[in-house]
Design a binder for this molecule. Structure first.
Ligand code: ADP
Ligand code: MG
Length: 256
């Protein structure tokens, strides 16, 4: 849950208010797509939810714990145990092989040795990479690397998974595969997924779509599937696979 989140950045002589009282309540197991034009504060919002950044005011609560009141190192430990992340540029560690990358969150949470190896191998097998366990990550295609990153985000059973434009660096067909894997894994594990994306399939598959606009989160009516989009005269600027929420055309920055 996020409550009245505010975050501003100093910009030259002035102050740029990026989040201005963003409110949102997310249920356990819910898949929520977050849209908004470039620069609207989507990454800022996810960084506050994850505890990587701190708000000027407002609160982030996960599983009854108030993340925004935690100090280091409690916040880092909480993040490691309860959250998973998928980024646009994969962020795998090149010095570790595929299985070691996925095993890392388990080890950081205290699961080691054969038990950790079994779990990382099992989740990689589940997403079709069981024959690549000991490949160097830079030998994999972009889509394969992102699937590894998805396995890494979910292997330790986090309550919340945050994905920030996870297909922004992938072609359309690969993006679609990757989103299906991400959705299947989060659904099967009952994790809450907050995903920044303009992908229309994901928007239809999500439980809700929210738009970040003028620093606040609001329901995105146009994204509610064929019924929601049927009466619209223009598909907007978002392209055939994109969605936009009507008033502010979503400007897409990547091929996703
Ligand atoms: P989005 O992810 O929706 O494209 P961001 O959350 O990355 O947008 O950024 C929102 C706005 O906040 C942008 O104008 C960006 O320049 C600004 N911003 C984000 N992070 C910082 C920072 N660390 N310092 C200064 N400005 C920032
Ligand atoms: Mg962003």
């Amino acid at each position: 849950m996020v409550r009245q989140l505010c975050r501003s950045f100093n910009e030259g002589a002035g102050v740029h208010r990026v989040l201005d009282g963003a409110d949102g309540r997310f249920l356990p197991g819910e898949v929520v797509a977050i849209v908004g034009r470039s620069g609207s504060g989507k990454s800022t919002l996810l960084n506050l939810v994850s505890g990587i950044d701190r708000p000027d005011s407002g609160e982030v609560q996960i599983g009854g714990r108030i993340v925004t009141s935690m100090r280091e190192p409690e916040r880092t430990l909480f993040r490691r145990a309860n959250l998973g992340f998928v980024y646009q540029f994969f962020n795998l560690l090149p010095t570790l092989d595929v299985e070691e990358n996925v095993r890392l969150p388990l080890e950081l949470n205290g699961t080691r040795g054969a038990a950790a190896r079994r779990r990382s191998a099992a989740i990689l097998t589940e997403i079709g990479l069981g024959d690549r366990l000991h490949s160097a990550v830079d030998r994999l295609s972009g889509g394969e690397q992102q699937r590894v990153a998805i396995a890494r985000a979910l292997v330790h059973g986090p309550a919340v998974v945050l994905a920030d434009e996870p297909t922004g660096n992938l072609d359309e067909e690969t993006a679609s595969q990757v989103l299906r894997v991400l959705l299947a894994l989060t659904r099967s594990r009952g994790a809450t997924l907050l995903i920044v994306t303009h992908d229309a399939w994901l928007a239809r598959s999500a439980d809700r779509v929210l738009e970040l606009r003028e620093g606040k989160l609001a329901p995105c009516e146009a994204a509610l599937g064929p019924r929601g989009t049927a009466g619209r005269e223009h598909a907007g600027d978002a392209g055939p696979r994109g969605i936009d929420c009507g008033r502010t055309p979503a400007r897409r920055t990547g091929p996703s």
